[in-house]
Design a protein around this ligand. Structure first.
Ligand code: RFL
Ligand code: PHB
Length: 396
């Protein structure tokens, strides 16, 4: 016999989407339970995104988890784009009046887990065989196993925040689900190092050798990426090779400031764009990577997850506390309108700054023209800046 549990919102996945949703619902007085497949320590060890939009920061404030972010986050008012060693600053403040904050996803997740623990809210990690059922009824359930026991969690809503490889998306009948996908012919090799960043701001570099990105986590920790083949094992990239390529791709002036400290983490990420429509089916709603993926070039993945959750939390409060189903009925369409704009921007930044495999000279010439146009046009720089700092959340 399965053990019976109940809650109002069953949240599958303790990534930033699931944890933020749990916190926003809790603050609105709505009971929720988070289920996570991995041990929480593993979730907290993942190194992923690093740039937060103002809208994401506001949602973290609303969730009551922004104190450390305000103390330790680095405010950035622009980025640099380097093309074959020549650099141009994109001044967010001058072009849009706005800014972003560099604060790692790892830290956001840590703050959310701590807040959840402090409030004594349930977070069950190391669960397996998670299966949401009866999603077309008013009383859906989530079946799962933990520590050798079977459980049955009854609820009113299942929130699928279980990332790209999660189970929830597949519970939408194939006849209702439409997916859109683009897989890029390259990946990113990323390293984390205890070294001072080469610059106060991020540098995105295009070169004939491929893309490179100089990012950071703090004034003493650098996060560095180089474009690689998607199938490259990390062993193909000893630190010396990573530094050699970073230096060649960004040019001598920045390379002279590059501290070649040993890497403390190294991984390869495949570049992909993906969207699933709709983001709701019956009593199942999807948020974050469970519904969509962007290549990391525009730093949008985590911010999109937060934007979904901002909309979703309001819709669930209206539905569960106010008996108003309309915001929930509109959730998928409203979220997707913003998702597709971020998909467009991430695809554009990716296409602009990566070296594509040989074979399409027309594409290559267009790319050069696009880079040239960006360097010369304030209007185009504004387009980049407006998208990078984040399009409006339109929550109210
Ligand atoms: P997450 O963070 O993937 O969290 C989903 C959680 O669900 C759990 N899970 C399950 N739990 C229970 N039952 C199941 N059946 C489950 N299946 C999965 C997972 O263990 C996990 O804990 O999704 P979320 O919350 O939507 O957050 C989205 C962001 O994490 C994501 O958009 C970004 O991190 C994307 N991303 C990056 N974005 C950037 O903007 N900049 C980056 O540099 C950047 N680097 C990355 C990334 C994503 C990566 N992934 C997913 C492979 C680097 C990597 C390696
Ligand atoms: C990062 O710091 O990990 C980072 C920053 C900007 C991006 C992608 C990743 O576009």
């Amino acid at each position: 016999m399965a053990k019976l549990l109940s809650t109002r919102v069953a949240i599958v996945g303790a990534g930033p989407a699931g944890l933020l949703l749990g916190q926003l619902l809790h603050r609105a007085g709505i009971d929720n339970l988070v289920l996570e497949r991995r041990p929480i320590a593993r979730v907290l060890a993942r190194i992923r995104a690093g740039v937060l939009e103002e809208g994401t920061v506001r949602l973290l404030e609303e969730a009551g988890v922004a104190d450390r972010l305000h103390r330790e986050g680095l405010v950035h008012e622009g980025i640099e784009i380097a093309v074959q060693g020549e650099r141009r600053r994109i001044d967010f403040r001058a072009l849009t009046g706005r800014q972003v904050v560099v604060y790692g996803q790892t830290e956001v997740t840590k703050d959310l887990v701590e807040a959840r623990r402090a409030a004594g809210l349930p977070l069950l990690d190391e669960v397996s065989d998670v299966l949401p059922v009866d999603l077309e009824s008013e009383r859906p359930r989530v079946l799962f196993r933990r520590g050798g026991e079977a459980f049955e969690l009854s609820c009113e809503i299942v929130a699928g925040c279980d990332g790209f490889h999660g189970i929830c998306r597949s519970r939408i009948p194939a006849s209702r689900l439409r997916t859109f996908e683009r897989v890029y012919p390259f990946g990113w090799l990323g390293i984390l190092t205890r070294a001072r960043p080469v610059s106060d701001e991020l540098i995105y570099a295009y070169s004939e050798r491929g893309f490179a990105l100089f990012s950071m986590r703090s004034p003493t920790v650098s996060r560095l990426y180089v474009q690689c083949a998607p199938s490259d094992p990390v062993e193909a990239w000893p630190d010396e090779r990573v530094y050699e390529e970073l230096a060649l791709r960004v040019g001598p002036e920045v390379a002279a400031r590059l501290e070649r400290a040993p890497s403390i983490e190294k991984s390869v990420t495949q570049m992909r764009s993906f969207v699933a429509e709709p983001m709701r089916h019956g009593r199942l709603v999807l948020a974050g990577d469970a519904a969509h993926i962007v290549p990391p070039t525009g730093a949008k993945g985590l911010n999109l997850a937060a934007a979904d959750v901002g909309l979703l939390a309001r819709a669930l409060v209206a539905f569960l506390r106010g008996n108003d189903p309309r915001p929930l009925d509109d959730y998928s369409e409203r979220a997707l309108a913003r998702v597709w704009k971020a998909e467009r921007f991430s695809w554009w930044m990716t296409s602009l700054l990566h070296k594509f495999p040989e074979g399409d000279p027309f594409r290559d010439r267009l790319q050069r023209a696009e880079l040239d146009y960006l360097f010369g046009s304030r209007a185009q720089q504004t387009v980049l800046a407006e998208n990078y700092v984040g399009l409006p959340l339109a929550l109210d």
